[in-house]
Design a binder for this molecule. Structure first.
Ligand code: NAP
Length: 253
């Protein structure tokens, strides 16, 4: 075990899978930092982030949250400067923040393509680049990227999202190769159909069709994904890098 408190950074920790990931790290010997961002309803998002902080504190940990647009290099740089100023380290980075803006290819607007790629892929790149510089000096780091089964299989209506998640997998494998010699691992977790706000708004017909593709016969829970992220960040996973672990009830084999 490490002889210092570990600094854990999770993007998009206010809700859904990110909140569960933050909770899985809720221990007295971890500093947890997470961000969130919603231009739509800032008060609701602030309340969601405060709820995550409360859940972590009830579980014996402590967390700080900041509203940061993951697609903005300036905002992300300030976020990491604050963390490094306070703890001096980044032990674990979980690139979780993600959005969807679905449309069939021929109807997809350029802005919706750009928004999804900027948040899901460029955001992960910016965070990884900043964190990697700190991790390289430490000669230690765990980078875990949340991909999707869709990044491997494709999905009707999600050209932007599927491309972003396939990109995340390529980013993960490249980072794993470039940083392995410095004691840094990089892995991706590819969830299938998980019950969160992101999937709640899908039409019932789509949900039923997705459930029909899951051999284990149920949608996943955010905790199913968080458990694998916690494992990949633990010393039990020290010899695993460059992998994509599917958490999809067998949706993809
Ligand atoms: P969610 O419930 O919609 O939560 C998304 C989180 O990302 C929120 O905390 C949100 O913050 C944050 N976020 C969105 N845009 C951001 C930005 N520009 N900057 C910073 N934070 C931002 O989604 P989820 O279902 O938990 O998904 C989490 C990850 O898992 C995503 O990468 C998603 O693609 C992936 N995934 C999900 C599923 C699924 O079935 N749910 C399946 C495969 C992969 P606000 O609350 O402030 O908006």
């Amino acid at each position: 075990m490490s002889d210092h408190k570990r600094t854990i950074v999770v993007t998009g920790g206010s809700r859904g899978i990110g909140r569960s990931i933050c909770r899985s790290f809720a221990r007295a010997d971890n500093y947890i930092y997470f961000n969130y961002f919603s231009p739509g309803d800032p008060d609701a998002e602030k309340a969601a982030a405060a709820e995550t902080e409360k859940l972590i504190s009830e579980a014996g940990g402590s967390a700080k949250s900041i509203s940061v647009n993951i697609a903005s290099e300036n905002e992300v740089t300030n976020f990491f400067e604050k963390i490094i100023g306070e703890t001096g380290r980044i032990d674990v980075l979980v690139n979780n923040a993600g959005i969807t803006k679905d449309a069939l290819l021929v109807r997809m607007k350029e802005k919706d393509w750009d928004d999804v790629i900027n948040v899901n892929l460029k955001g992960a790149f910016i965070c990884t680049q900043i964190a990697a510089k700190v991790m390289m000096k430490q000669r230690y780091g765990r980078i875990i990227n949340i991909a999707s089964v869709v990044g491997v299989n494709g999905n009707v209506g999600q050209a932007n999202y599927a491309a972003s998640k396939a990109g995340i997998i390529g980013l993960t494998k490249t980072v794993a190769k470039e940083l392995a010699a410095r004691g840094i691992t990089a892995n991706a977790v590819a969830p299938g159909f998980i019950e969160t706000d992101m999937t709640a708004s899908l039409p019932d017909k789509v949900k039923t069709a997705m459930l029909g593709q899951i051999p284990l016969g149920r949608a996943g829970k955010p905790e199913d994904v968080a458990a694998v992220v916690a494992f990949l960040a633990s010393e039990s996973a020290d010899y695993i890098t460059g992998q994509v672990i599917h958490v999809s009830g067998g949706m993809y084999m």
